[in-house]
Design a protein around this ligand. Sequence first.
Ligand code: ADP
Ligand code: ZN
Length: 336
Amino acid sequence: MHKKLVKFNTGIVHYYFDAEIKYLGQLVDQTNTVLITDENVFSLHQKIFKNWNTIVLKPGEAYKIQQTVDSVVQQLIELKADRTTTLIGIGGGVITDITGYVASIYMRGISFAFVPTTILALVDASIGGKNGVDVGVYKNMIGVIRQPSFILYDLSFLKTLPQQEWKNGFAEIIKHACIKDAAMFKKLEKQNLLFYQKNPLELSALIKRNVLLKTKIVQKDEFEKSGRKLLNFGHTIGHAIENLYTMPHGEAISIGMVYATNIAEKVLKIKNAGKVSNLLQQYELPTTLKVDRNNVFDVLKMDKKKSKDSIDFILLEKIGSAVIHRISFTQLKNYI
Ligand code: ADP
Ligand code: ZN
């Protein structure tokens, strides 16, 4: 196991890389801990939950809502959880987001930790302290920034991860490569999904590289005043189409990244859309979608990152380097 202590403004997080879930008993007091997971992870990995207080939620983004939060709070009260209890989210991004959020409001805040079990949660959702739930079509409309006390990385969970979820996670990995890591982009170009599924050491190294890349961005700008915004590459249009067309997050942001690179070609007069879209296709992600422009626009206008008549877009200057660019809605309408 490789332990790393990471300092954020809002707290210190211990990362336990190359760890195993069985260490959990050494990290927390089993009698005063509640595990939160979803039905899929619970039924595929039942042994792990034996002898632990566990709350099992329905799987999927559709349940990342206030109603689920209320039901978890109710169950915590029934389990007599108090201010000294630790919540541990074991699952994908939906589970880590809900766990962090509930832990932040239950009795005005109790400690929490994550065991991410999807690629997306490993490299993205579990890092950086953003926790919350969706409201209607608006993603992550309510939430907090608060750090878990630790993140435990046990990649053996990935043995049961469906192919679709691998693709979703690689969309975020490709995003990281696009905005910050040209060398990783090149490396990814030489491989494919199957390579990483068959080579645990390569996968582990890739995940660690992505965890540290995102961590560094968040450390420099935890409250998303500048640099952290770059992580929204592909997400502005991505989130809009994800909710309008109920697509998996990875597919939606894959299309969002292609839209954003096309816009960058027009605004910055550069050429890199081809490379980005080829890499996405290589990892079995979609790059086109027929969208209803007006519907997409209505949702964009409610985006958290917008101001009155313009919106911040993340554009690639070149592979491995992104910039924040303010675009007016009038301009944008011409570009889409
Ligand atoms: P995210 O993609 O944000 O991580 P979810 O938390 O919704 O999103 O997880 C995606 C799906 O994968 C859910 O249906 C969840 O139950 C399932 N899942 C999570 N981890 C595993 C795993 N290790 N094996 C099998 N299915 C999993
Ligand atoms: Zn994302």
